[in-house]
Design a protein around this ligand. Structure first.
Ligand SMILES: Nc1nc2c(ncn2[C@@H]2O[C@H](COP(=O)(O)OP(=O)(O)OP(=O)(O)O)[C@@H](O)[C@H]2O)c(=O)[nH]1
Length: 293
């Protein structure tokens, strides 16, 4: 799905999510495990406000496991409970329900003390496009198909998916916009396929990818392309990869457009291994910067 995020659309998306939030006890903020910073909506804390939240790092099968563990610990240190899942294969779904129950346990206890019998926990998924919201909803719906009917009071009839004895999920996710302000974020979103190729220059994207690998995963760069450094002579690097992979135009020249595509596809299709594009150390740098501002 391609969404053009003009200010009016952002305001509308925010309004819709704010309405849906009134119906639930907890928010499942879905992000891409490869991009725990870049795949978050920039206003998510404001939008969610005080609502309890579980951060779900989806697509863990594509991310660097070591970094995913680091991120979960990092969020934990910030007081945000986080779990990693692979909703494509349905892995880790039990951790979602377990964590949701634990987060809401104090509230449920308080209700019980006041003599109120708590109903099922109601949750909704919120996230930027392409993080896997529909996949997760479908996965949970398939597991336990029982729908619990409509809830009146909102413009659109809302369906609830009952996926555990005491848990219900709103079947429509809240879609929010990604971060735009930073070019590196844009490249990272494009490298993971979260934004369309048509909005980025493929050659710049490929160069960004190569430099990212050079800095963060040099062994993979070496293994796949036989390169130890990328350096400044990008044409030479493209020639090297183009010759090795025989990517020529009909005229027999290296086809730079195809080489660019090939590099980006290699990164997206895991041919360079499981990759994480945001690091917890960057988060600390950002924090340090904002203190000195
Ligand atoms: N490898 C992997 N792919 C996944 C996972 N979850 C979702 N995907 C894939 O990611 C792509 C996007 O998934 P969707 O469920 O359509 O994402 P969405 O957040 O609903 O996207 P929008 O409808 O654009 O908001 C699809 O190609 C899914 O198959 C996962 O855990 N692992």
């Amino acid at each position: 799905m391609t969404i053009q995020w003009f200010p009016g659309h952002m305001a509308k998306a925010r309004r819709e999510v704010t309405e849906q939030l009134k119906l639930v006890d907890i928010v499942f903020e879905l992000i891409d495990a490869r991009l725990p910073l870049s795949s978050r909506n920039p206003m998510i804390d404001e939008v969610i406000n005080q609502k309890p939240r579980l951060l779900i790092l989806n697509k863990m099968d594509l991310a660097d496991d070591k970094e995913t563990d680091r991120w979960i610990n990092y969020f934990d240190s910030q007081g945000i409970r986080a779990v990693a899942i692979n909703s494509f294969e349905g892995k880790g779904l039990q951790t979602v329900t377990k964590a949701a129950k634990e987060i809401l346990a104090p509230k449920i206890e308080r209700m019980k003390k006041r003599g109120i019998r708590p109903g099922a926990i109601r949750a909704m998924i919120v996230g930027i496009p392409n993080v896997g919201k529909s996949t997760l909803i479908n996965r949970l719906a398939k597991k336990n198909i029982a729908k619990t009917g409509n809830k009146p009071g909102v413009t659109k009839a809302q369906q609830w998916i009952k996926f555990e004895k005491e848990l219900e999920l709103l079947d429509t996710p809240g879609i929010l916009w990604p971060k735009f302000e930073d070019q590196a974020v844009g490249y990272k979103l494009a490298l993971t396929g979260a934004i369309k190729d048509t909005v980025v220059n493929m050659e710049n994207l490929a160069v960004y990818g190569l430099r990212f690998l050079e800095t963060n995963y040099p062994d993979r760069l070496q293994k796949r392309y036989g390169l130890t450094v990328v350096g400044d002579d990008i044409q030479q690097i493209f020639n090297h990869i183009g010759e090795a992979r025989k990517v020529y135009t009909v005229g027999g020249e290296i086809d730079y457009d195809k080489v660019s595509e090939l590099i980006v596809q290699d990164i997206r299709s895991e041919l360079l291994g499981k990759l994480t594009f945001d690091f917890t150390s960057e988060q600390h740098i950002e924090k340090a910067d904002s203190v000195t501002d």
